[in-house]
Design a protein around this ligand. Structure first.
Ligand code: SAJ
Length: 431
């Protein structure tokens, strides 16, 4: 079949490549012309294992990028749906729908993959597509959310089960035919796109709430002088218990955002909002830990190791490490200049400061003023491991101890061999 993929981001591009690999004629479209140029020149350099190769061989085969939307048997919409002012910004979905409508033919199939509030496919996308002059039913319409884990995208595109909600039997059948050509997991069909949208949000909400529970458990365990990770591991031996891991917060562009989409058509969010607040509050808790260890954080220097939102990826969106950096600075300003509370970075009080150094071996964003590891560590009063990059798990404690001025390391991800670090004279505080 011919497939036009709308939006060549971290889902659309790998999906386009995998579809081409499965033998379809794939046209990748994006409004970002520079992105298209870069893809064509093979200059993408995505930090996703295996993706560069899959894209390169797809471009040698039946994948081509297109600067205009083309007619196709299938239109796959994979555009971003960011949260803005507490609401899902659906203008990219609408714009993609309009572009599809201009080329839509009877019996074509349109599938939305973006994460959206329940009701979007039927209530937002459907009416936009009908501007083509065709009614839903004359063309097929389905929702099938992506569920791949950044860092493991190619494997999960093939292996994960897939939920498919179509507006009618023909839509389900058409979507099954497409996904069946490359998905080895189970295709779980339902006759309601809204249900499929809801289920997608539940999966990330489950994770967010579960992580919030783990974070609260970590704070309670500290009050009892217990090791929270050991306690969680022991609790998880029960066949019906699956607690997640505590950490410095929940980052990325999915888990901190998707739960709030559930609130778009319901005012019942309660536990879900508390969970969000607990997870966002972990930066303040780590700041408390630093204050306890250092006495005061004013006029100290703290190295934050890891600004990627999770281990071994280069994505710093909703980064717990960056949130921690901001929280440390705010705390110092609030403590010493109460009048300046809430002031922006570089507030009026220049006498009291904290020197926050940022390091990350994967993130390359030049706006973040990242430092080399030795520069970040040397002379610092404390270091915080905020991301579970493999590189940090194998740090040499003796070397780090020699670089640091102080002897405190907060291991917010629980990746260090505490005995080895303590033997090197470092005080390790775990979450
Ligand atoms: N985290 C914890 N404790 C844990 C697990 C994760 O603090 O026990 C933190 C991570 O460090 C990170 C954040 O949560 O900051 C999110 O990481 P993640 O690995 O849980 O999830 P994402 O955002 O990379 O990908 C999620 C996945 N959803 C689920 O596992 C239910 C992925 O399958 C989805 O495709 C993706 O969201 C998405 O696009 O929705």
């Amino acid at each position: 079949s011919s497939v036009c993929v709308h939006g060549l981001g971290y889902i659309g591009l790998p999906t386009a490549a995998v579809l081409a690999e499965a033998g379809h004629d794939v046209f990748g479209y994006d409004v970002d012309v520079e992105l298209l140029d870069a893809i064509e020149r093979g200059e993408l350099h995505v930090d996703e294992p295996g993706l560069d190769d899959v894209i390169a061989s797809a471009l040698d085969g039946s994948l081509s990028v297109t600067r205009e939307v083309v007619p196709a048997d299938y239109h796959l919409i994979c555009v971003p749906t960011p949260l803005e002012d507490g609401r899902a910004e659906l203008s990219y979905v609408e714009a993609a729908g309009e572009a599809v409508a201009a080329e839509l033919r009877p019996d074509d199939t349109v599938i939305l993959e973006s994460t959206v509030p329940p009701g979007t496919t039927v209530e937002v996308l459907g009416p936009v597509l009908e501007r083509s002059g065709l009614d839903v039913g004359e063309f097929s319409l389905a929702y099938s959310p992506e569920t791949v884990l950044p860092g493991n995208v190619i494997a999960e595109l093939h292996d994960n089960d897939r939920a498919i909600g179509g507006v009618d039997a023909a839509s389900v059948e058409a979507a099954v035919a497409l996904y069946g050509s490359f998905v080895e997991g189970e295709l779980r069909t339902m006759s309601d796109p809204t249900l499929a949208e809801f289920v997608k949000l539940l999966q990330n909400t489950y994770r967010d709430v579960n992580i919030a529970l783990a974070n609260e458990v970590a704070m309670i365990a500290a009050d009892y002088d217990l090791d929270s990770r050991e306690a969680i591991a022991l609790a998880n031996h029960h066949p019906r218990v699956d607690l997640h891991q505590p950490g410095p917060g929940v980052g990325g562009h999915c888990i901190p955002i998707d739960p709030l989409f559930l609130g778009q058509g319901s005012d019942r969010l309660d536990l879900i909002e508390r969970a969000r607040a607990i997870n966002d509050g972990m930066a303040a808790y780590v700041t408390d830990l630093l204050e306890t260890e250092l006495g005061s954080i004013t006029d100290t220097s703290v190295a934050i190791l890891g600004v990627a939102y999770k281990g071994n990826v280069a994505d710093a969106r909703e980064s717990p490490g960056l949130r921690l950096a901001e929280t440390l600075q705010q705390r110092v300003r609030a403590t010493h200049a109460p009048g300046a509370e809430g002031a922006g970075v570089g507030g009026s009080d220049t006498d009291t400061e904290i020197d926050v150094r940022l390091h990350d071996p994967h993130v390359t964003d030049s706006h973040l003023a990242l430092e080399s590891l030795p520069d970040a560590l040397s002379g610092a009063d404390a270091a915080v491991i905020a991301t579970d990059h493999d590189e940090y798990a194998v740090l040499d404690p003796t070397e780090v101890a020699a670089q640091l001025d102080g002897d405190t390391v907060i291991d917010a991800k629980g990746i260090l061999d505490v005995a080895a670090w303590e033997a090197a004279g470092v005080t390790v505080v775990e979450l």
